[in-house]
Design a protein around this ligand. Structure first.
Ligand code: HEM
Length: 228
């Protein structure tokens, strides 16, 4: 049998085996999940101290004392873990002119009319908002947390300042829990996104639909791939 002189490359792309675009390296994914787990542990232990009604949550850690001891330590883990993510991602989260259009067409985002939106880079304005909100809130939490950490920093601030720090810490904690819920909701809501942080890649269709400018940049780069 003769081999065809010309074979269309599209013939080899089957719908069950879509083109994959690399989005995150393994080390970045590990970094992300350490950060995520830290925030979950902090939220659960922190909520336990927030109200007597939630004190039962200390049961997850063995006892109230263990939860109280663990909470600030994991706070330090979160800070450094997020810092590593921040150093890798801050540039890609800087505002761009197309972000203003994206925000002004938020209705189209919500209804899935992405054809009416400008082409997006690696992150859209919503993701950028979450990134910067998390960055600011984590700094506020670590600074106010250290002011409250009497085991190591007892004489650092006066009692009235420590009281203000406690209030600021609680408000920032509520805010970051809300931002966290938004982030997780978006990760599940936009189908195909989760695998970016689990397997490290997305389908070509996902990239084309949601982050076309990024896909074009990636396609123009070396075959080594875009993972960051
Ligand atoms: C169970 C909880 C979480 C889930 C399911 C989740 C899921 C994801 C997914 C799927 C992505 C990739 C999005 C994309 O590339 O388009 C992502 C990115 C990211 N996540 Fe999470 N995440 C969780 C918790 C967290 C927490 C707690 C933090 C920080 C405190 C965090 C910080 C980030 C950052 C900084 C990015 C990069 C996106 C950007 O810079 O805007 N995530 N997450």
């Amino acid at each position: 049998m003769h081999k065809p002189l010309y074979s269309d490359p599209a013939d080899h792309i089957e719908s069950t085996d879509p083109v994959r675009v690399s989005r995150y390296r393994g080390i970045t994914r590990l970094n992300h999940w350490v950060t995520a787990l830290s925030l979950i542990v902090l939220a659960l232990s922190g909520l336990a101290f927030f109200s007597p009604h939630l004190y039962f949550l200390t049961g997850l850690f063995g006892s109230g004392q263990i939860a109280r001891w663990l909470h600030p330590i994991i706070g330090v883990v979160l800070f450094f873990s997020f810092l590593l993510l921040f150093l890798q991602m801050w540039r890609l989260n800087l505002p761009k002119p197309e972000d203003t259009t994206w925000v002004s067409r938020i209705g189209d985002v919500a209804t899935g009319h992405e054809e009416r939106l400008p082409e997006m880079g690696k992150y859209n304005a919503g993701q950028k908002f979450i990134f910067w909100a998390m960055s600011v809130l984590i700094v506020v939490l670590i600074v106010s947390g250290i002011m409250m950490w009497q085991q190591y920093f007892a004489g650092l601030v006066s009692i009235p300042v420590r009281r203000v720090a406690t209030l600021v810490h609680a408000l920032a904690a509520v805010a970051i829990i809300l931002v966290f819920i938004l982030h997780v909701f978006a990760a599940f809501w936009v189908r195909g996104t989760l695998r970016a942080m689990t397997r490290g890649d997305v389908t070509g269709g996902w990239a084309w639909r949601h982050h076309r400018k990024w896909l074009r940049e990636v396609a123009g780069r070396s075959s080594k791939g875009p993972a960051e």
